[in-house]
Design a protein around this ligand. Structure first.
Ligand SMILES: [Zn+2]
Length: 148
């Protein structure tokens, strides 16, 4: 038993990371896509239903330049980066050239190793994907709950 730090309900709570902060949340609040439980690893290919919303993870559009910049910041060449994350050099070249979109497994490895963000959580709707920036401090989980 505990108090949910998001909605204030008293009941079963779980440790979670929300927007970079460690909090305790109830099962209702935990259904939001930007809640990450500890110690479970981030499920990159998860799909979450949030009332009428659906959030899905996608690879960012500018993945190629992010990876290239991240690699150069580390002072690595294609071969060294490939070895470091156990991939083929040709894969790194193709991804950086924008010819090949990394799958989630590769994107996660690159993101962790290069300390970059390659995966974003977007709202999926009938009109297509709509970006939601969870880092925007003006948008809180409370705001998301109010949406219909
Ligand atoms: Zn709650």
């Amino acid at each position: 038993m505990g108090v949910c730090e998001i909605c204030g309900r008293i009941g079963e709570v779980r440790d979670a990371v929300v927007e970079g902060a460690m909090v305790q949340v109830c099962s209702r609040c935990s259904k939001h896509g930007n809640v990450v439980f500890i110690p479970k690893p981030v499920a990159l290919e998860r799909k979450k239903e949030v009332e009428s919303f659906e959030y899905i993870d996608v690879i960012v559009d500018n993945y190629s330049s992010l990876i290239k910049d991240g690699r150069e910041k580390k002072g690595l060449n294609h071969e060294e980066l490939a070895k470091a994350i156990a991939e083929k050099e040709s894969v790194i070249s193709q991804v950086e050239a924008g010819n090949m979109k990394p799958n989630f497994k590769l994107a996660k490895k690159l993101a962790v190793f290069l300390n970059i963000e390659l995966i974003e959580n977007v709202e999926s709707s009938k009109e297509g994907y709509k970006n939601i920036n969870f880092k925007d401090s003006s948008l809180t989980i409370g705001d998301l709950l109010k949406k219909e």
